[in-house]
Design a protein around this ligand. Structure first.
Ligand SMILES: [Zn+2]
Length: 380
């Protein structure tokens, strides 16, 4: 074992990780990067990969930024349906640790590790030069520069999973950077993380359509520090032609809190409720985030409480509304004590509106009622 590395068990897998990464507040990038706090991210990955493993066109998994192999080794050890696992990183110390840990888990035969630039690794393909069944991309910062290579590396009917950690950019702190990376404007507001996920998905969908491919999101989630999307990919120019049926804008009024999805953006709309200026988010993905059948397959694996919480809310979420409302935003408009999210949902439903929780914020809800209708319902 390399100096400074220790064993750490995650899931059913033994990893070799830098000792400092287990104690430091921010895990160091040298000698190798490992983030123990990303366990939820990896736990959800295992549920998602297992949900699709049997229907993959090839039982292969590619981890573009493998680091010490945390995700790749867990796939190799915990998902027997995946037959071959390819892990790549530019850091040779990290890859040495991953190789050694593969031996500890008795999965060396199905694991292939390489030290290469990401796009070179992805386009090289598997041992036969074929595309992969699942391609994961979990970089430091933005995934934008690697999206083309990821899509070119996955098989028809395969899955891509992509993490973005440039959340400040996607949530609206640096709008110009967001526009050049994701071709859409962010909204720095209460539901910025939902807009962020939709910007990431629209870049993925539009890039796919340029490559005669179509994507279909099956699961997404977000925390303070990252956003993550899972989407199946199919080779279909007719589906690619339809890409704009799921691309649009979210219009938001920072004066009265009104928000709505729109196919078109004319640049000069006024808020229909208060007649002041609207701000625009997008272009972005306005279609569904989740394939409910896929989420059910993830839930059927008896996940732990943290994963189950995310999955239950994903299953419940109404998919036709591409934004949410925070409970405290509503209570401050009503000048009352905060209502519980559950109470708000019940009241909206009994008034005839669609309403649900959202997995993206535990103190928020989704509804097809507009802001005036919400306030009216809650005043009663
Ligand atoms: Zn307004």
């Amino acid at each position: 074992m390399a100096v400074g590395f220790v064993k750490a068990v995650e899931g059913r897998t033994t990893l070799l990780v830098p000792e400092l990464s287990l104690t430091a507040k921010v895990p160091p990038k040298t000698p190798a990067f490992f983030n123990p706090a990303a366990r939820l991210n990896r736990d959800l990955s295992m549920l998602a990969y297992r949900a699709i493993a049997l229907s993959l066109p090839a039982k292969t998994f590619a981890d573009s930024f493998a680091g010490v192999g945390a995700r790749a080794l867990r796939v190799a050890t915990e998902i027997p349906e995946i037959e071959q696992v390819y892990g790549n990183d530019i850091n040779s110390i990290a890859i040495e640790a991953a190789k050694e840990a593969a031996g500890l888990n008795s999965v060396s035969e199905k694991c292939h590790f390489s030290i290469d630039e990401v796009c070179k690794f992805l386009l090289h393909g598997d041992a036969e030069g074929e595309r992969f069944g699942i391609v994961d991309l979990d970089p430091f910062g933005t995934p934008a520069r690697h999206i083309d290579c990821v899509l070119r590396a996955v098989l028809d009917g395969g899955l891509v999973s992509i993490t973005a950690t440039d959340t400040a950019v996607l949530c609206g702190v640096y709008p110009e950077v967001c526009v050049r990376r994701y071709y859409g404007r962010p909204l720095n507001n209460d539901y910025g993380n939902e807009v962020a996920l939709r910007l990431l998905l629209s870049l993925l969908a539009l890039t796919a359509s340029r490559l005669e491919l179509a994507i279909r999101p099956v699961f997404v989630h977000a925390t303070m520090h990252y956003l993550r999307v899972y989407a199946t990919v199919s080779v279909s120019s007719s589906e690619a032609n339809d890409v704009y049926s799921n691309i649009g804008y979210i219009m938001h009024c920072f004066n009265c809190g009104h928000r709505f999805a729109s196919k078109e953006y004319d640049g000069k709309s006024k808020c229909e409720l208060c007649k002041t200026g609207l701000r625009v988010g997008g272009q972005l993905w306005t279609g569904p985030f989740h394939d409910k059948e896929f989420v059910k397959k993830m839930l059927a694996q008896n996940p732990d409480t943290r994963c189950k919480k995310v999955l239950d809310a994903s299953l419940e979420e109404i998919s036709e509304v591409p934004y949410y409302f925070k409970a405290d935003e509503i209570s401050s408009k009503l000048k009352t004590n905060p209502h519980s999210v559950q109470k708000i949902i019940e009241k909206l439903q009994s008034a005839g509106f669609a309403a649900s929780r959202t997995p993206l914020n535990t103190s928020a809800f989704k509804t097809d009622a507009n802001i005036i209708q919400i306030l009216d319902v809650l005043r009663k």
